[in-house]
Write a protein that binds this ligand. Sequence first.
Ligand code: ATP
Ligand code: MG
Length: 580
Amino acid sequence: MSEPASAADTAPARTDFIRNIVREDLASGKHTHVNTRFPPEPNGYLHLGHSKSICLNFGIAAEFGGHCNLRFDDTNPEKEDAEYVEAIKEDVRWLGFAWHELRHASDYFEVLYLAAEQLIRDGHAFVCDLSAEEVRQYRGTLTEPGRESPYRHRGVEENLDLFRRMRAGEFADGARTLRARIDMAAGNINLRDPALYRIKKVPHQATGDAWCIYPMYDFAHALSDAIEGITHSLCTLEFEDHRPLYDWVVDQVRLHERPELLKPLTDRGVPFEAAKPRQIEFSRLNINYTVMSKRKLLALVNEKLVAGWDDPRMPTLQGIRRRGVPPEALHLLAERVGISKQNSVIDFSVFEGCIRDVLDAKAERRMAVIDPLKVTITNLPESHRESLTFPNHPKDEARGQREVPFSNSLWIEREDFMETPVKGFHRLAPGGEVRLRGAGILKCDAVIKDGDTVVELRCTLDPESRPGMEGANRKVKGTIHWVCAKAGVPAEIRLYDRLFTVEDPDDDEGGKSYRDHLNPDSIRVVTGHVEPAAATLANETAVQFERLGYFAAERHDHTPERPVFNRVATLRDGWAAKAG
Ligand code: ATP
Ligand code: MG
């Protein structure tokens, strides 16, 4: 799929600090091509934050004619699941990106193992028998150096033997680790002899029971990047402190100079282009009125506070997609937010603004009534049937036209009528006139009530104001939308709003948690009526219901016979008014 319209050929080249580094590296000849990767851990669904990283990694590869791999960082078997793997692939495709190769850190387990043995032989790693608790005690603090493990000076042969026996499953989980031998006095705690391998007798979603030792993130990630010839390894700022370890691993193992370590891949015919990668950190995307950690999203699902991972209120890409947000809105968000090293919190309205801007251009217009009030036009016969022609898009003639049925019986929005109009109310009132969008000028002659409730308006349509007639342009103050009550189709309309009522749902002041800040009005389901050309829309098609907002035909539940629409966004930001 292509880039969003806003980033078409005419768009100026982007110039954030990472793209500038890439440009310099190409100009100086340091690299002749650019390889990136997007490395999710398959331990949950992707969210809005991940889309920033996806747009960056795939975007840079596309802009500079390089490659981007999708690599599952699957080194933590307890938390990982094949269900997540499939969802992540679907999300990346939905965003419009095609990966060069699909890889898994687990594809490299044999190479990583050989690299670890090499580090042992070179005197850069040792098997340590300290328990996790002891390792913590030995580690020291930010102000105090750590203490060396008593096992730090084991000989190479003993280390190799123990490491092989770790692999063979001879020791219990946690009994031993393989640690890098770096510097227990390093100011950067990540360099104080960090673990490279741990024992975990846990089956792995991809490798099954083949392994009972698993590489640690820093070791696996650096070498996976090196194996794939990643030139620019882009990650979020919390890994800045890990960069010295990343470089240490790459420099000590020197995969690009040691083809013998890559033999397990060569034997399997896996293509690789080992190179020395460079890690560059950028700030995470944070957005207010939402939570984005996988742990909290999982809790929302498990505690049934939302309907599932793809609940349209969730910031997961599955939820955002189901809501009806087009992928181009996420591209636009990534572009507007930009790339920097500055941590910040983006206002939710920036995201909604991206949705509106994309859908304003992209979505066809339709009419729907979500809080219906019956109107009977008394000067048209009961048998009157008419078909009015409406443009699909007011600013784009090429989008064509559609036929909208019209009769003597209509639905209008209940709030477009006021029995006792307040000052400044320009819509329908007893004895008053209003324009029915595209149909003529309506006058309210009588109000029919059941007790206090208005149940029907009896109106006349000025024949001189009909389309094509002399008085068609006669001025009246208000214009309202409508749906023909005879040809319109009843529809379920799901009115979604933000999931949280406060900017920082994570703020745990007063013992509260994000659970206490859920917006009770984040979903309201109503029955309305839509014009036939809305009912027949394909699932996931977004439209603007005139005057109401952007809606999308529900991905799973919508059918032409039983239409279901999700509200994607309102036309204007209702939250700014509330806050101001
Ligand atoms: P979480 O903290 O939500 O559990 P994670 O960082 O553990 O997310 P990964 O699967 O490891 O999730 O992330 C894959 C990639 O996406 C990483 O490179 C990570 O830096 C990036 N990423 C994750 N969250 C964000 C975010 N909010 N903004 C930008 N990039 C992100
Ligand atoms: Mg992570």
